[in-house]
Design a protein. Structure first.
Lengths: 456, 108
């Protein structure tokens, strides 16, 4: 049987982290009373007009720069038309012709054969990033055959990040999305929490034989976590391969991932292919961005967005942070990965290193093996850890000064975990875990053991 | 060149317009003819103009919360509501197909 080459592309919608919406002054907030964060414009009342939020543009520029994109100094807004109850205007304002950023790339790492020690770096091309409006939320009340509509989310700013079909499986897609999530969180342009709908991913999947043209692709939606993303893609790849090997064909359709059953199913049928009748948004002139060279002399600085100014203020991206951790502390690359993968863990590690004499290479073991496994077992985040960096540093100092043994240290940690407010030294004294350093005392004990043996 | 029935039917689906009678369709034909006059001009190398405000400055608003909190007013427009939600049908109700709906287009 000829081998199959799976091809995976992604369309990711990231909600912009801003106080107000993309084109209106209503608040952006998760979980508020229905229809309380809605302005007349969001409700599409006649006579209202879109007014672009500066912060949203900056967020998109930051993200474009972090993803190595060319920022389009002139980008345009368009209307994408379709009917749905949660889209009161009947169209979404998006950037179809000329988006704000194009032609970037994202590097991510994978473990080969599940071994953290063998990490490979891969790259996926970013086709473009565009600014667009989010829609409202529909709550389907099947019992009464009606839909309840909440427009709180309608008009919230989104960045759509389009990743070219450079990935080949669920694992690669998951790793790429995870890295994007970390980048967005580092930039602050999106909080990218999938569980709160701040990061939504649709996957485009197809398979073909090497050397032949790409196969028909399906779009997979309704994926709620990074774990499910990998599952959904791998399932769809398998489904397509089986279908084709049994002589069937793949339909260019949209499928939903059913997390309960672990499979993809065709979505409610869309009457034929969608025709969005794109047209320029007549109420918005082109969006013009500047850089140091093109900065106009007499313009109000509040009306000017300077790409170079934003670039200079970009924080260290995760990949740079990892390199710095490896270089500064002599830890392994895979350690730096885990440190950045858990929110707050890198800071915790650095705080401990600062407060202890123990070498970072030894500290990392305590952080990644002992502390992290405790946190995982109890489903706690680093912020919720009952053991603070100060307490752990104190404990490691006792170990380093040979006041206690390694085994005793683990015992003390277990006690500290209870969060009863005792210091490591107090626990050591309570449980009499001090190492005996006194030569004479040690001799007495050994002699007693030998004497005991002789008596048997 | 007349606009085909298929295209008119497609438009009625997409935009939920009703051409209603031959006068409606004729008006569409005339509008297309009027716009076609643009082809008489040589526009080679010229960027299409899609807005008369293309050289205006796009105003940027500060990211402050200045609107919202008018649930009651917004819901006044709703024919049906349930606890501050707008009520809509279960899903999109598609326009019935050409042979199954009352439309002028059928005869053409």
């Amino acid at each position: 049987l000829a081998p199959w080459v799976p091809v995976v592309g992604l369309e990711i919608h990231a909600q912009i982290s801003s106080n107000s919406k993309l084109f209106s002054g209503s608040q952006v907030q998760f979980a508020a009373p229905p229809n309380s964060l809605v302005s007349f414009f969001d409700a599409s009342l006649p006579g209202t007009l879109p007014v672009l939020n500066r912060r949203c543009v900056e967020a998109a520029v930051m993200t474009g720069l972090a993803l190595n994109c060319s920022i389009n100094k002139k980008s345009l807004f368009d209307r994408k038309h379709y009917f749905y109850a949660d889209l009161p205007t009947g169209y979404q304002i998006t950037q179809q012709r000329v988006p704000i950023a194009v032609n970037g790339s994202l590097s991510y790492s994978l473990c080969m054969d599940n071994k953290m020690s063998q990490m490979v770096t891969k790259t996926v091309r970013i086709k473009q990033i565009q600014l667009e409006q989010d829609s409202g939320k529909s709550l389907h009340d099947d019992a009464r055959r009606q839909t309840l509509v909440d427009l709180n989310r309608a008009g919230v700013g989104l960045m759509e990040v389009v990743m070219e079909p450079d990935m080949c499986c669920g694992e690669e897609a998951a790793a790429a999305v995870r890295e994007l999530q970390l980048i967005l969180q580092t930039l602050g342009s999106s909080q990218a929490v999938m569980a709160e709908g701040q990061l939504r991913v649709d996957a485009n999947v197809s398979v073909h034989h090497p050397g032949e043209p790409y196969g028909v692709r399906t779009e997979v939606k309704n994926i709620n976590s990074i774990r499910f993303l990998a599952k959904a893609i791998d399932y769809e790849i398998q489904r397509q391969i089986e279908e084709l090997e049994n002589g069937g064909t793949i339909l260019n359709e949209t499928r939903a991932f059913d997390s309960r059953l672990g499979c993809t199913v065709p979505m409610r049928d869309k009457e034929g292919k969608q025709d969005y009748r794109f047209m320029p948004e007549p109420n918005l002139p082109p969006l013009i961005l500047y850089d140091a060279k093109s900065l106009p002399a007499n313009m109000n600085h509040e009306q000017v967005i300077n790409i170079d100014w934003i670039r200079e203020r970009l924080p260290d991206l995760p990949s740079v942070k990892r390199e710095k951790l490896v270089e500064q502390y002599g830890i392994l690359p895979e350690h730096s990965f885990t440190l950045l993968n858990e929110d707050g863990l890198a800071d915790f590690f650095e705080n401990v290193v600062e407060q202890t004499q123990m070498k970072p290479k030894k500290v990392i073991g305590w952080i990644l093996k002992d502390l992290l496994s405790y946190l995982k077992q109890h489903s706690l985040s680093v912020k919720e850890s009952p053991v603070s960096s100060l307490l752990l540093a104190d404990l490691l100092n006792l170990l380093e000064k040979k006041v206690i043994s390694s085994t005793a240290a683990k015992q003390v940690l277990a006690e500290l975990w209870k969060g009863e407010g005792k210091t490591p030294l107090e626990i050591v004294k309570e449980q009499k875990l001090q190492l005996l350093q006194d030569q004479k005392e040690l001799e007495q004990i050994c002699q007693a053991v030998i004497d005991g043996q002789e008596n048997e | 060149e007349k606009v085909s029935v298929e295209v008119l039917d497609h438009l009625e689906h997409l935009a939920l317009v009703d051409f209603r009678d031959s006068e409606g369709v004729e008006r569409l034909q005339k509008a297309i003819q009027f716009a076609d006059q643009l082809h008489e001009v040589n526009t080679e190398g010229v960027e299409p103009m899609d807005s008369v405000v293309e050289d205006r400055c796009l105003y940027l608003r500060e990211d402050d919360v200045t609107e919202g909190n008018c649930t009651k007013e917004l819901l006044e427009n709703a024919r049906e509501k349930v606890e501050e939600y707008f009520v809509a049908p279960a899903g999109n109700i598609p326009l019935p197909k050409l042979g199954e709906r009352e439309t002028f287009l059928q005869g053409s």
